[in-house]
Ligand binder design. Structure first.
Ligand code: ATP
Ligand code: MG
Length: 570
């Protein structure tokens, strides 16, 4: 059945919106006051040591969304200061995922590693100003002398090294003369500060590891707190948005910029990170799930990664809507996964073409149709969107229906098929069950039915009412499908709090239906995500798809399957 035209146009993405939040109020205040010459410049600064997850989506939507809202710019900057854990593979995937989510950094792709030379020069400036020194204590000693929340730290014996010695040692650290851990460069701030981040924090450490972009040119690498503020300043960032755990680092962010002759002094503003129930968002733990084979990869549809959600069929517009809906605040809360699923459902309800599939099939033989009967029924692709067009669904003498749409001894209210009862095949005829065929073990294997030939247009031959409508698939013209049904990956709301998150993996998180059936449209059309009528939203798998037997992932269930069906007219 070759089809020239694709009746399913691509999903429409709605425009990006940014709802009001406290950060927008700050930005608007700054604009009104003429700060930063009326510019708004933000950045999204991922470390390329893993794939982006739903938490990052919040930060992406906030940074890019705020810039878009005020005609500003948002940079994509790789915070690539840790050679041990970073990789090009992650960097490429991050770029791809940000674009997929619907954002564009134009030509503003930057790397912290691009600034290594300038960061080094700035560190020398700090040394010359007496504000940084080379400490030769061991890592343990540095930790042990840092003090506690109630006790001040103790000064290093190397704290008062002279500038010339410090510059010389720092240059030799860079040149690779020392082993890892032999020295570090520390800021010289205040060992008695109530804020531990200000007790002479480490700025540089020796790392004898090649970097994925700078190769073996460097033997020292700058720390995050030192790198981040200077990178922001060099890029002319106006508002540096980050998560709450950096609140206590803000005095250090400001201290570094105040000491140095940098082009601008961005304002760091912290917001609450996104936490979702039943979900892990630690990259380290997500990596463990992948490495230990608990999931099939970073793009496993059960993963909270953007890759996984994309493969599962979550539209990017739904993720953006979710980020808008949860808002941006300073109060840490846990969001129910259902909020995200609702956004997915609403988006797909608007845009996903409808199709029929049967996941637990039982055969119906319509004995009043000839063996070679093939009739093409016209069906709308969407109940509310005529623009999505129509498709043709083949009806033949034998069709599959859902096993639980038949009951041998049903209660009165059961409006589906039962011996002697009638039901409408969606878009087709009313059929009545005349005979139940069993195998040797007594299992029902086939239902023999007759059809009301006058019931095609939603009528019946004598005007009688038939309440139930069920979905179905032609046996000879249908396509075999594999369908994967997903549930929460964890069986506790807060797997991150568990001693070992592995103990709380949900053993039922993946159920494979190997022998499902779908109408031909599911194998033929360009659309990838469909509503399987009465069953939920399903997306053709982009990885395991075989042309002969498509694989569909359940994206999300319908809220209330049966109630919706009752509301729908054929
Ligand atoms: P790591 O532990 O490796 O630093 P990370 O989650 O901080 O992990 P980054 O790549 O540094 O990962 O994050 C990039 C940006 O995304 C940061 O600005 C970070 O604040 C933000 N971000 C990360 N996780 C979340 C989250 N759950 N909610 C909101 N923003 C997040
Ligand atoms: Mg980080």
């Amino acid at each position: 059945m070759p089809r020239k035209q694709d009746p399913f146009p691509p999903m429409e993405d709605r425009p990006v919106t940014a709802p009001a939040n406290f950060i927008r109020h700050i930005v608007e205040g700054d604009l009104a006051a003429g700060k930063h010459d009326g510019r708004v410049a933000t950045r999204f600064p991922p470390e390329p040591n893993g794939y982006l997850h739903i938490g990052h989506a919040k930060s992406i939507c906030l940074n890019f969304g705020t810039a878009l809202e005020y005609g500003g710019t948002c940079n994509l900057r790789f915070d690539d200061t840790n050679p041990a854990t970073e990789d090009e593979e992650y960097a490429r995937a991050i770029e791809d995922d940000v674009r997929w989510l619907g954002f564009d950094w134009a030509d503003r792709l930057y790397h912290a590693s691009d600034y290594f030379e300038r960061l080094y020069d700035y560190a020398c400036d700090l040394i010359r100003a007496g504000q940084a020194y080379v400490d030769s204590q061991s890592a343990e000693d540095i930790r042990a002398t840092r003090g506690t929340l109630t006790e001040p730290g103790r000064a290093s014996p190397w704290r008062d090294r002279d500038v010339a010695t410090n510059l010389d040692l720092f240059a030799r650290m860079r040149a690779g003369e020392f082993a890892e851990g032999a020295h570090v460069l520390r800021a010289r701030i205040d060992m008695a500060s109530p804020n531990i981040n200000l007790r002479d924090p480490t700025l540089y450490r020796i790392r004898r590891a090649p970097h994925h972009r700078t190769g073996d040119r460097w033997h020292i690498y700058p720390m995050y707190d030192y790198t981040h503020c200077i990178s922001d300043a060099l890029e002319g960032i106006t508002h540096s948005l980050c998560t709450l755990e950096f609140e206590d680092h803000r005095p250090l962010y400001d201290w570094v910029l105040d000491q140095l002759d940098v082009p601008c002094h961005p304002q760091q503003i912290e917001f609450a990170r996104l936490e979702l129930d039943y979900t892990l968002t630690s990259k380290r733990k997500l990596l463990a799930l992948v490495r230990e084979g608990h999931v099939s990869g970073w793009d496993d549809p059960r993963m909270p990664t953007l890759r996984g959600m994309r493969r599962r069929g979550y539209p990017p517009a739904a993720i953006r809507e979710f980020c808008d809906r949860i808002g941006v605040t300073k109060k840490q809360t846990v969001i129910e996964f259902g909020v995200l699923e609702n956004c997915v459902r609403e988006e797909l309800d608007r845009n996903a073409p409808r199709a029929m599939a049967v996941l637990d099939p039982i055969k119906v033989v319509i004995t009043t149709l000839p063996a070679d009967h093939l009739e093409w029924l016209e069906a709308p692709n969407h109940p509310k969107e005529p623009a999505l067009g129509t498709r043709r669904v083949p009806l033949t003498r034998e069709v599959w229906i859902e096993r639980d749409d038949f009951m041998e001894d049903p209660p009165k209210k059961f409006h589906r098929l039962a011996p002697g009862r009638e039901v409408r095949l969606r878009y087709g005829y009313v059929i009545r069950c005349e005979e139940v065929v069993r195998d040797a073990d007594g299992n029902v294997v086939e239902l023999r039915c007759i059809h009301d030939a006058a019931s095609g247009g939603g009528q019946t031959s004598d005007g009688r009412k038939v309440k139930g409508i069920i979905h179905w698939v032609s046996v000879s013209a249908g396509v075999a499908l594999e369908v994967r049904l997903f549930d929460r990956l964890f069986d506790v709301p807060d797997p991150a709090a568990a001693e070992d998150f592995r103990a709380h993996l949900n053993p039922e998180s993946l159920r494979v239906v190997a022998a499902a059936w779908g109408e031909p449209a599911l194998a033929e059309h360009a659309a990838t995500t469909f509503q399987f009528e009465r069953l939920g939203y399903f997306c053709r798998d982009a990885v395991d798809a075989a042309p002969a037997r498509p694989v569909f992932n359940r994206t999300v269930t319908l809220r209330d399957t049966w109630a919706r069906l009752q509301g729908d007219k054929p």
